[in-house]
Design a binder for this molecule. Structure first.
Ligand SMILES: [Zn+2]
Length: 315
């Protein structure tokens, strides 16, 4: 049976009909009006009706950023949308005659990677998505880990430095401040300020006004020592965070996704190195693999659809 996945982002809503193998059969995409919850609800209903024309649909999975309760019904809080204690599932069920689940967007994308991407051969996996911030998801024993309240697996807020840099979440020293795309830019700017191996970074910055992620990945690809150093520092922080995660979760695989992961082994090598140095009981602890995410686009809709289809099989 096919299912529909909907991914509500900050600027657009993506939707797709997805088959049991994770293939997208049809898709739809519309701009989001983040400040108007009623418009979002109406848009999601319209998209589901449009996508289900001529299709037999088992269920609908809706992915959104935020804290979703453990029964996958109520959005406690969403950073991009004006939702507080929003009973979104109930509202959709009143208007659509289909089983519906609501899922955190990082969890949905991580689930897609587990089912159809780099994690398809393991039972326990942690994915870290390195974008502007750090997101992620945990799969343990073939199941998505959500926590007791549904607000678990906020991997970007794992603390790596006591009393470290302030984080948007209100805490200090979260991995998001040391292992994200924004952190990479901060490190590259610090190297540019310092001169030495940062000379090329400084000259690109003075030519363009600012350094961008694209500048750094281009410099990494031609082996610039400054850009490589910034990326290695980022990888070292991420590797240390992975060691703490391994001590708790013991996954067979870590998957690294997001824009920064396009650097491939240049990022994975320092992650592996720092991981092994920081791994508790090193030498006795079986070593997990590190791989780059395989699903780049549409992971959110594919994961949400698959979770919804599996949910429909249980009712
Ligand atoms: Zn934080």
């Amino acid at each position: 049976m096919r299912a529909i996945g909907i991914d509500i982002g900050g600027t657009k809503i993506a939707g797709a009909v997805v088959d049991e193998l994770g293939h997208i059969i049809a898709h739809d995409r519309r701009p989001t009006s983040a400040s108007e919850p009623q418009v979002i609800e109406d848009t999601v209903v319209e998209m589901v009706k449009h996508l289900s024309q001529g299709e037999e649909i088992a269920a609908v999975g809706v992915a959104a950023a935020g804290f979703i309760d453990a029964s996958q019904s109520v959005v406690y809080y969403a950073p991009n949308i004006n939702w507080r204690e929003e009973p979104f599932r109930e509202k959709l069920e009143k208007r659509l005659d289909l089983p519906i689940i609501i899922e955190n967007d990082a969890n949905a994308a991580g689930w897609a990677e587990f089912r159809f991407g780099a994690g398809r051969l393991v039972s326990d996996m942690v994915i870290l998505t390195i974008g502007t911030g750090v997101g992620g998801a945990i799969v343990s024993g073939d199941r998505l880990f959500r926590g007791g309240f549904g607000a678990g697996a906020e991997l970007g807020h794992l603390r790596v430095v006591p009393n470290g840099l302030p984080c948007g979440c209100g805490a200090h020293g979260c991995i998001e401040q040391y292992g994200s795309g924004r952190a990479l830019l901060r490190m590259a700017n610090e190297l540019a300020d310092a001169g030495g191996i940062g000379q090329v970074l400084a000259s690109v910055r003075s030519r363009n006004g600012v350094l961008t992620g694209q500048d750094i990945s281009e410099l990494v690809s031609i082996g610039d020592p400054g850009a490589l150093s910034a990326l290695r520092t980022l990888g070292t922080w991420l590797g240390q965070a992975c060691a703490s995660l391994a001590a708790v979760l013991d996954p067979q695989l870590f998957v690294i996704g997001g824009g920064v992961a396009q650097s491939g082994d240049v990022l994975l090598d320092p992650i592996r190195l720092a991981f092994l140095e920081a791994l508790p009981a090193r030498g006795y602890h079986p070593e997990p693999e590190f791989r780059i995410a395989e699903l780049v686009n549409d992971a959110g809709v594919v994961g949400a659809a698959d979770l919804a289809r599996r949910y429909a099989e249980t009712i």
